[in-house]
Design a protein around this ligand. Structure first.
Ligand code: C2E
Ligand code: CA
Ligand code: CA
Length: 701
């Protein structure tokens, strides 16, 4: 403890006595610096070295009326240095006033001795040290409370605000000075966002329960200006030394940003980045909820599985940016086609799943499906393109087609695949036997993957006949799959799958190469040379390098292109007429002939017959089938024959099964025919035998 004492005493004799008294104490002398005048004392106290002075002792025996003034001046010069006043008994009143104004204590001269003086100084100095320590402690707490990022507020036991730190001031919008003494709920309005009617008072709860209480995860602080912020944390009771609750303190922080971020993250996890539609995850959720509701109310609901037809083609030919725009357009129309309470979700790629949450009958789902077919059928304006698309849809109904989300969606998917097989641009309700169909399809698909390398394909040949002379004019090569487990699988069963999986391109190449090789063999064996037709699917025709592949195979096998014919359907030609014309022209330049297959089932438009370089029309077997029994079919057959004549195209009737059909076609001067009535498709060896025995076979000109 520093013991330097500044003594202000005018009377030198008295000062000597005081100094003597201060030199005596049993625990050691005080160091005394005696100053005689008030002015000198002030000088000393205004000096920067005054910090070594532990206390001031002032003798108030000063000219009447000046005592307190002098005291005030000294006090102001050193407010932190404790002051002891010496006074004579007559002036005790003045001494008391000095104490009221800030002096620590006074001693009357008649009681002045070494003991009382040193004791008074001792107490004074000790108090000063304690006060200093307390000040530092308080200061440290203050700085700490203001520098933590959290808001701190405390109340007394009556719930009146006793303290707020700066963060709390900023968060609540109240200055400390205004808030102190007000009811907690007035300064800090906290509500539960889950139940906004309810205000929350964590301070009251902490005091009442006499324990720390956490704020619920959904607390919102309403600021003075009415704005809101999400807050989180806890309130705790404050106790006095005897353990009684004297108030409470709450520490909390603004979690608005954090809550927003977690909400955003959960949104992203549940929505598709491109279309912003709910994704599979959210759909599953909604589906589970809708199913539970439907179960309670004994109602039905429907799931529509929507897949865009030939989307890959658009993506590949126009680029992903256009593909994405198209998906956005599709998403928009889907949403516009259903009710607000329904859910349109994107499963990824070009697949969308729609939940129709309440339907009275299954037919309601069909109505929605029709609406969607119409809405999506309108051209989509994307950049400078007008894109025309179709979709295939499958419908699953709860509870008939599945009682859990996964099964219901899977069955709708299966029904969608069925719609694809059904010529696309339509919808199908799920039927239980589709499941078997789907399994079958899956097994075919996996088998197809290895069929080429395992040499499981063969070509059969079906002769085409001149209806006038009944001589063989050529053949159609028809693919067969000799599947080890199943035996012969017919193309209708696997070609559509091969088309969808992209296997058709390598398979088609194999067909072309095998046919070319076979024809060349027959030519080398001096069998009557005649053209063989092979079937080319739309996917092949559109595939890159198609023309180059044909040219390469002709070169490789050494076959002259005029022995080759391609059968193409109308739909294949119409998908992209401009580039198709170029492809056909390139084929024609190699000497290859083009036949329009299944004629009559598609557009049958005269205008494109003129635009495409076609050599022959093949009347679809369905018309030939009804030729003698159905007037419509007979009319179509006549029309096609006449159309062919006027365009100078060869006309071939396929699927001729009876003598009547043959005679009817002959009577109308249809050029050629093909069908079971003449010959079934046969292995190459048999066909060669047939050729060898058929002396009337016409020779290619
Ligand atoms: P398509 O081009 O219309 O071929 C004619 C189909 O009619 C063949 O069926 C043939 O066996 C069948 N057929 C022949 N005569 C008669 C008859 O008198 N009555 C009846 N009802 N049918 C007859 P297949 O071989 O099952 O081929 C079915 C379809 O598969 C073909 O229809 C063609 O579109 C496709 N296809 C066949 N081979 C290939 C191929 O190598 N590549 C491609 N892409 N498709 C092929
Ligand atoms: Ca054909
Ligand atoms: Ca056909």
């Amino acid at each position: 403890m520093p013991r330097n004492i500044l003594l202000l005493q005018e009377n030198a004799a008295k000062a000597t006595i005081t100094q003597e008294l201060l030199a005596k104490p049993s625990d050691g002398p005080f160091a005394v610096e005696w100053i005689r005048s008030c002015a000198a004392a002030l000088d000393r106290l205004n000096d920067h070295t005054k910090d070594d002075i532990a206390a001031v002792v002032i003798d108030l025996l000063l000219p009447q009326g000046q005592e307190l003034e002098t005291f005030e001046q000294i006090l102001q010069a050193s407010p932190h240095i404790p002051i002891l006043v010496l006074s004579n008994p007559e002036q005790e009143q003045v001494a008391k006033q000095a104490v009221q104004r800030g002096a620590q204590d006074y001693i009357l001269e008649n009681r002045l001795d070494s003991y009382s003086l040193s004791k008074a100084l001792h107490n004074m100095l000790e108090r000063a040290v304690n006060a200093e320590a307390l000040f530092i402690e308080k200061e440290r707490a203050q700085v700490t409370l203001n520098s933590i990022g959290d808001a701190v507020i405390s109340t007394d036991v009556a719930g009146k605000v006793t303290y707020l730190n700066q963060v709390a001031e900023a968060m609540a919008g109240w200055r400390s000075a205004e808030a102190l003494g007000r009811a907690f709920g007035e300064v800090f309005r906290i509500i539960d966002s889950a139940n906004p009617e309810r205000t929350v008072n964590p301070m009251g709860a902490a005091m009442q329960q006499n324990k720390t209480v956490g704020l619920g995860g959904s607390c919102i602080l309403i600021r003075r200006d009415g704005s809101e912020s999400a807050i989180e944390d806890s309130a705790a009771p404050i106790h006095d030394r005897r353990g009684h609750v004297t108030g409470a303190v709450m520490v909390f922080h603004d979690v608005t940003k954090m809550r927003e971020m977690s909400q955003r993250m959960s949104y992203l996890a549940h929505h598709d980045y491109l279309t912003d539609l709910p994704n599979r995850l959210l759909l599953d959720d909604r589906l589970a909820q809708a199913m539970a509701a439907a179960r309670r109310q004994q109602q039905q609901l429907a799931v529509l599985f929507v897949d865009v037809d030939r989307f890959k083609h658009i993506n590949d030919s126009l680029g992903h940016a256009i593909g994405d725009e198209l998906l956005l357009s599709i998403a928009g129309r889907l949403v516009a086609s259903v009710r607000g309470s329904d859910t349109v979700s994107r499963q990824g790629g070009d697949e969308f799943v729609i939940l129709l949450s309440t339907i009275a009958h299954a037919e309601d789902a069909a109505l929605s499906a029709n609406k969607i077919l119409t809405a999506l059928g309108m051209p989509h304006h994307v950049k400078e393109h007008d894109l025309q698309i179709t979709v295939s849809m499958g419908i699953g109904i709860y509870p008939d087609d599945g009682t859990d989300a996964e099964t219901l969606v899977k069955n709708a998917d299966i029904a969608m695949l069925n719609a694809k097989d059904n010529g696309r641009n339509n919808y199908q309700f799920f039927k239980s036997d589709m499941n078997e169909h789907a399994l079958e399809r899956q097994s075919l698909e996996s088998g197809l993957r290895h069929a080429l390398e395992r040499r499981e394909f063969v070509l059969h040949y079906q002769p085409k006949m001149d209806l006038e002379t009944e001589a063989i004019t050529g053949a159609e090569a028809l693919i067969r799959w000799r599947q080890p487990a199943r035996g012969i699988v017919l193309p209708e069963q696997f070609i559509p799958i091969a088309e969808q999986c992209g296997y058709i391109v390598p398979i088609g190449r194999w067909v072309l190469r095998e046919a070319c090789r076979q024809i060349q063999d027959w030519l080398d064996a001096d069998l009557a040379p005649m053209p063989v037709a092979i079937n080319v699917s739309a996917v092949e025709l559109r595939s890159k390098d198609f023309v180059r592949g044909v040219r390469a195979i002709l070169q490789e096998t050494g076959l002259d292109g005029r022995y080759l014919e391609f059968e193409l359907t109308e739909t294949a030609l119409m998908q992209d007429p401009k580039s198709t014309i170029a492809v056909l022209q390139a084929l024609k330049d190699m000497g290859v002939r083009i036949t329009l297959d299944d004629f009559g089932t598609g557009y049958s438009s005269l205008s494109y017959l003129k635009r495409f370089p076609i050599d022959a029309l093949k009347i679809d077997k369905s018309f030939v089938h009804g030729l003698c029994t159905n007037a419509d079919d007979a009319n179509i057959v006549s029309a096609v024959i006449n159309m062919g004549k006027s365009f100078r195209l060869k006309v071939i009737a396929e699927g001729v099964e009876t003598r009547e059909q043959f005679l009817a076609l002959q009577a109308q001067h249809c050029g050629e025919g093909q069908g079971h009535y003449f010959q079934r498709p046969m292995a190459s060896k048999e066909f060669a035998k047939l050729l060898g025995s058929d002396l009337s076979a016409t020779v290619v000109a």
